[in-house]
Design a binder for this molecule. Sequence first.
Ligand SMILES: Cc1ncc(COP(=O)(O)O)c(C=O)c1O
Length: 401
Amino acid sequence: MTFNPYFSELQQYPFEKLRQLTADVTPNPQLRHIPLSLGEPKHPPPEFVIDALSNREALAQQLASYPATKGSDHLREAIAAWVQNRFDVALDPGAEILPVNGTREALFSIAQALLSGAPGSQVLVPNPFYQIYEGAALLGGAVPAFVNNDAQHGYQQDFTGIPDEVWQATELVYICSPGNPTGHIMPLQQQQELIELSHRHNFYIAADECYSELYFDEANPPPSLLNASAAMGNPQHERCLIFHSLSKRSNLPGLRSGFVAGDAQLLSSYLQYRTYHGCALPPHHQQASALAWSDEQHVVTNRALYADKFAAVSAILAPHYTLHQPDGGFYHWLPVGMEDQEFCRLLLGEQNVTVMPGSFLARPTSQGNPGAQHVRVAWVANMEDCIEAAERLAAFAKTPR
Ligand SMILES: Cc1ncc(COP(=O)(O)O)c(C=O)c1O
């Protein structure tokens, strides 16, 4: 039997590793389980989206036609208006925007469309990171090269020490801002430096901005890579692509809806790739998505819910942990002062709370594993459960061992 040979290089997904790690742990039966390992938004989706998807008459028409891979003009115009409002960047909805089925599939498929497959080609990936970047690189025939965003660097990626020969072999760089799991926002200046490097060394930048609407400083929303490219006189956003999603912004992970925007030349090839791939967004999802991108009130409410939860859980955790407060996203990237997998097993056994070991979200490098001795805590549950889980994490830290 033949099989794509790159397949064997893929790692198990972190949730599968976690399942195996905890398979023989008996959770404390006195306490109900609180899962904080998965970054699945739990706040309610907007009512107006549910109403739109429940319109029988519209649905009958929408289900009866094949959607265009490029998406409807209406959706691309709604996205362009959102980008203009949010980032003050004017995009051509006909050439610079493509709707996608959530950022996950797009972050993966862009690599298949852009990578040359040449032996030795590299894809730079943050470390710790969202595992799709690594799988996309491997299945695209490239080698992932990790750029640590560890505690020593303030959880920021450091591109300065990368030798020229690595840049020469690099075809694609993934960045994630606000980062999963660190919550760090990449400063505009650093994004500009990366764009300069991309022109010098001939690579593309895929900026995962799916957490861009979940931030804590209302006066300083995270900038987009397209802000950086516009500010440095690259108005066509050459080599730059941004990836956005309704999953976190609008609590619609089940709608599978997002978009890619930026360099029109890259998007034109990517559209051709997608036509073959056959991944057009269903018409009713497109219509519901246009509505969601056109409303900001529910996003403001959503952000406020996270701000309240972070304030509450941080007050409980601060006396017991070294808290690194995220700039954005909904995770605490928590240094735990012990082996992280052991921490997760003990926490589940004693407190019936599941969190993700940091080492499952990172890869070992010559400077060590930047996920070691960290866990990722996703504050996605309701306020009551988050407070209860924070109290259990505090009790765990107080237990002598
Ligand atoms: C960093 C990051 N990028 C992308 C995604 C994918 O999100 P979606 O496909 O729902 O847009 C996630 C989901 O958890 C994520 O954490």
